[in-house]
Design a protein around this ligand. Structure first.
Ligand code: AMP
Ligand code: ZN
Length: 113
């Protein structure tokens, strides 16, 4: 966990372009945006991915969805947006701290993969 990039961002050891924060969650702009709006929403508690969630921790995903909805409104994504979480190597996950991508601001590809 000490080596986790996103835990370092949460701790303020690495800077980020923060767009939302509460006691459980942090959201910041992706450093390599794939769309005009590309925000990462992460729990402050470290979970490697969805695979690390259990019944006790899974409600954090609902909290993340509500923040995604709120940010979509704030960033004027009324015409639509996409929420993605990558899991594991084949899923394209490069940072092993649970995170959800909020993408929008353009008509997104119909292709999912
Ligand atoms: P994933 O490939 O799903 O694991 O997503 C990791 C995301 O983190 C990528 O979209 C990266 O561009 C993004 N990323 C990596 N380092 C940083 C950073 N320091 N600040 C913001 N976003 C980052
Ligand atoms: Zn972490």
């Amino acid at each position: 966990m000490n080596d986790c990039l996103f835990c370092k961002i949460i701790a303020g050891e690495i800077p980020s372009a923060k767009v939302y924060e509460d006691d459980k969650l942090l959201a910041f702009k992706d450093i390599n945006p794939q769309a005009p709006v590309h925000i990462l929403i992460i729990p402050k508690a470290h979970y490697d991915s969805v695979n690390a969630l259990d019944e006790a921790s899974a409600p954090i995903v609902g909290d993340i969805m509500l923040v995604a909805k709120r940010l979509a409104e704030e960033f004027h994504l009324g015409s639509g947006y996409r929420i993605i979480t990558n899991i594991g190597e084949d899923g394209g996950q490069t940072v092993k701290h649970l995170h959800f991508h909020l993408l929008g601001g353009v008509k997104l590809s119909e292709k999912m993969c």
